[in-house]
Design a protein around this ligand. Sequence first.
Ligand code: NDP
Length: 303
Amino acid sequence: MSSAIIIDGKEASSRLKTAIAISVAALKAKHNIVPGLATVLVGEDPASQVYVRSKQKTATAAGMNSFQHDLPVTTSQNDLLVLVRKLNANPAVHGILVQLPLPKHIDQFAIITAIAPAKDVDGLHPESAGRLLAGGDSLVSCTPMGCIMLINDVMPAIAGKHAVVLGRSILVGKPVSLLLLNENCTVTMAHSKTQDLPALCRSADILVAAVGKAEMVKGDWIKPGATVIDVGINRIPTPDGKGRLVGDVDYLAASKVAGAITPVPGGVGPMTIACLMVNTLKAACQQHGIKDVTIPLRLLPKA
Ligand code: NDP
């Protein structure tokens, strides 16, 4: 039987999207500016197509402009760079998202670094990462931002708590760790060479798992009452051949011990796209020097 609070990412993201739509409307009413998000998809990977369409739909539903660029898989790196530079120069575009992964013949880093940092709504440009490290106001990558919002939503006072982050990727582990540090948590970043992970995890008031290993974190690794944020998305085989999505945490066992836990799917995932909209709104306000529109960085209380 589950004793943990189940953190409903769909419900939380819908609260966030409501707050974003209110701010987008205020930006239009006060300043006649509509945030614009450009999404760039190279190739026809079905999962990437689904993600990009969902980003466009969410932007439009929030009252933003959405500009979609679908390019063939044969697009050269140079042609993609030309498009990115055009979008950098387009004043109607406040945020640029190039859907990853890119085809192998394109250097991902070259594309990410070509995006103007002011429009880097994915938060992956080294300048964005550097600003986060230096404590400046940056566009933070979306999944880590979503994790922090969910944690703040269920744990109103996290200063001084011990947070253990499993994984040290640029995409998730490192930015989550820095954001938790900015919230005055005591942060331990763990990775594949860390010794005695179970004992380390058992000391965590907040455990963020972002390793990409199906159900690696067992129930007896969890400190009773801890908040567990499971970022992992892993497909495991099922007898019907369709497969099933699971996280990095053994959810059934962990939910008997944790105080609050995100399910997979339906936890962190839905927050990621909503946080992309936060960044697009923020980028639009920053590019126009606007300070009187609220950028939602915390979830509104439940109605
Ligand atoms: P990466 O593969 O880039 O990084 C994985 C990290 O986990 C590495 O730092 C690695 O350590 C560490 N790791 C791997 N195995 C172990 C182990 N046995 N013990 C401890 N640490 C380990 O993955 P990402 O950060 O990009 O993604 C992580 C997961 O999150 C994936 O399942 C991904 O699909 C998911 N994800 C979900 C998103 C969402 O919206 N919900 C968005 C982004 C990612 P080392 O550095 O030593 O190799």
